[in-house]
Write a protein that binds this ligand. Structure first.
Ligand code: NAD
Ligand code: ZN
Length: 617
């Protein structure tokens, strides 16, 4: 093993480029949006900013000249080579470099994410045991698992490769065991010595049998660390691939227009009905991975409620954690939970199951994300910052209204801001809607959380972002709220069921629009005074007759109808600094204001307007 040079590692990218590729001759010189494929690949690698240098190593004058012509660096191979690895090994013999990354010449959409993943392993605690690193991606389709063109890899618990094969490995003798299969992706990051060794050492029997280059490393006792990346690249293997790639390039240029419409994920599986909680055992069964526990995050309020706790299907080393929802979830709390799970268990959990209100559901979503994404939760607050698919996660609401069970966000208070982790990986994989679980919610709390739903509808339906999609959900949820909170004929059981569905529809409505004034101002209250979301919305909403006149009147009727009293003068003792913070937190939520008041919202609302409103509360 090479001695490791500590910081900073000198990293180069090498793009092996043979002119006469067997399946599609001359493919690297084909035109892709006005430039040859190989030039696109070169530029993509350079644009990642991860490399000290990027080189193309080629046997072809044509490619060599093309790269130089575009201002890139190319190296001519001196010898004939059997494979790309030999080609780049020859090129680095005399180079002063620590890590060499091979980038496939025919992957013009090489993404920064995959390369970052493969390089990141050299910063891990076990870095000095790693000779080279490579990537793998989760596969689920049995056709792909059994396809000999897809190379599968199995790893040890630290993600070091045990073996690569064109056969499905492991062989699933018992077809009911949930097995995660991984496909190998042909990106490598070598320590220089490992690469030179490869060049020097003759091919061995397993490599020759499977026709998989990297087996040679294993046969000579080298250690290959595998990183997981689920982003899809596009290889140009056939003329059809080239047509497809050209199309993608055109679409990318049109991206601003395309992004006008949201393409958001929905919860793929949901079960509804009184008592459906009992189905949890069979629902999660297929997702159980050998030795990998399910972690149940349950609101502390259920600690002594046997009728619920005894039905939680704990098996083997599953873990049940009672969590207080006295305060809303914090990024730090997520980090602590994730760390304790990682410390206690060798295997990544089979799943995270949240049982509680919006607070616990958000916590469950965030923990499942942070189990597969490095760093701290606060780094992911914002839009689409999450890189890896979360652990399987299930949401089981026990109080209705927030829509957290269906939304694409998990709202967290961080060191600098209160903001959600909004991503395609945030929504639950499964939701269990059992109205019976909402038995026992205290009346005031029922009202506050229920009003969150009502206010979602009001803000969505009166917003400038409204379209038929959000309207269809918003109108249904709004009508349900009127029944639940104003119609005396509705029975308590029926009200529970209706509110559960209103919460869901309200959440779906804002998925395609946005909330508005009440939420913006409630976030300010919450950040400075720790006022919780539901009650904060109510405190604000009663004063918003200028913005939502009819609905504030209805809200006041509901308050009277249910004998709810709201706290008064919560902002009375604020210091000027606190008031300024509150106002600036509220005003920083520009999408909410734009939805409420239109693109010129800054002309319609300002710090003074907000201060006057807050003083009334
Ligand atoms: P919550 O989860 O904080 O729970 C409120 C109270 O109700 C707690 O005291 C809890 O113990 C209690 N409770 C819950 N179920 C109960 C039951 N069956 N019986 C008795 N008591 C019960 O409240 P919430 O209003 O559901 O959620 C608020 C949180 O949701 C906030 O953190 C907010 O930021 C978040 N939120 C998230 C989204 C989203 O889309 N992710 C949307 C809106 C709000
Ligand atoms: Zn809300």
């Amino acid at each position: 093993m090479t001695a490791i040079k500590r910081t900073p590692l000198k990293i180069v990218a090498m793009i092996p480029a043979r002119y006469g590729a067997s399946r599609f001759p001359g493919k690297l010189m084909q035109d892709l949006g006005g430039k040859p494929v190989i030039v696109r690949t070169y530029e993509a690698a350079q644009a990642t900013g991860l490399f000290d240098q990027v080189y193309v190593v080629t046997d072809s004058d044509v490619i060599f000249k093309e790269i130089e012509w575009h201002g890139g660096k190319a190296i001519m191979s001196q010898k004939e080579h059997d494979c790309g690895t030999d080609r780049i090994a020859e090129a680095v013999v005399h180079m002063d470099v620590d890590i060499v990354v091979n980038v496939q010449g025919d992957e013009p959409f090489t993404s920064k994410e995959g390369l970052e993943q493969v390089l990141s392993v050299f910063n891990g605690a076990d870095a000095d045991q790693i000779d080279l690193a490579s990537l793998m991606t989760e596969i689920h389709d049995w056709r792909e698992i059994s396809d000999p063109n897809a190379v599968k890899v199995v790893v040890d618990k630290e993600n070091f490769a045990l073996y690569f094969s064109r056969s499905p490995i492991p062989y699933p003798r018992d077809k009911n065991t949930a097995v995660q299969y991984f496909k190998h992706k042909g990106i490598y990051a070598f320590r220089k010595q490992a690469l030179l060794d490869f060049y020097r050492l003759p091919m061995t029997i397993l490599e020759a049998t499977e026709k998989i280059e990297c087996i040679r490393f294993l046969e000579y006792g080298k250690r290959i660390k595998m990183a997981i990346s689920n982003t899809q690249g596009i290889e140009i293997d056939t003329p059809e691939d080239l047509v497809r790639a050209n199309k993608i390039l055109k679409e990318e240029k049109r991206l601003p227009i395309n992004n006008k419409y949201r393409n958001f994920p929905m919860v793929p599986k949901v079960v509804f009905g009184r008592g459906c909680f009992d189905q949890l055992t069979s629902i999660i069964g297929p997702y159980r991975k050998d030795k990998a526990p399910f972690i149940f995050l349950v609101d502390e309020v259920f600690k002594n409620k046997e009728s619920v706790i005894s039905r939680i299907p704990l098996r083997f080393n599953d873990k049940l954690l009672f969590i207080s929802s006295f305060e809303e979830p914090k990024t730090e709390q997520v980090d602590v939970l994730v760390k304790s799970i990682k410390t206690e268990f060798t295997y990544r959990p089979s799943g995270i199951i949240g049982i509680g209100g919006g607070s616990i559901l958000d916590l469950a979503k965030a923990v499942s994300i942070m189990l597969t994404n490095k760093g701290q939760a606060s780094e992911y607050q914002g839009w689409d910052l999450v890189k890896n698919k979360a652990v399987y996660h299930v949401g089981i609401p026990t109080i209705s209204g927030t829509g957290a069970e269906v939304s694409r966000t998990t709202v967290l208070t961080g060191p600098e801001k209160k903001l959600g982790i909004n991503s395609d990986f945030t929504p639950f994989d499964q939701v269990v809607l059992d109205p019976e679980l909402t038995d026992g919610v205290p009346k005031n709390q029922w009202f506050y959380t229920g009003m969150d739903c009502f206010i979602h509808c009001v803000e969505s339906l009166n917003g400038t972002f409204l379209n038929e999609f959000s309207k269809s959900y918003g109108e249904k949820a709004y009508d349900l709220c009127l029944e639940i909170f104003l119609d005396p004929k509705v029975s308590p059981e029926s009200a529970q069921e209706k509110l559960m569905m209103a919460s869901w529809h309200g959440g779906m409505s804002i998925a395609y629009s946005q909330v508005g004034v009440a939420h913006a101002m409630s976030y300010g209250l919450s950040y400075v005074l720790g006022v919780k979301h539901g009650i904060g919305n109510c405190i604000v909403f009663q004063h918003l007759e200028d913005y939502y006149p009819e609905d504030v009147a209805l809200f006041n009727q509901m308050i009277v109808h249910h004998g709810i009293t709201l706290p008064k003068e919560v902002c009375r003792d604020l210091t000027p600094v606190q008031m300024d913070t509150m106002v600036s937190i509220a005003l920083s939520l520009s999408p909410l204001w734009e939805n409420a008041l239109g693109p010129d919202w800054e002309q319609k609302v300002n710090a003074k307007v907000l201060k006057d409103l807050y003083r009334k509360m």
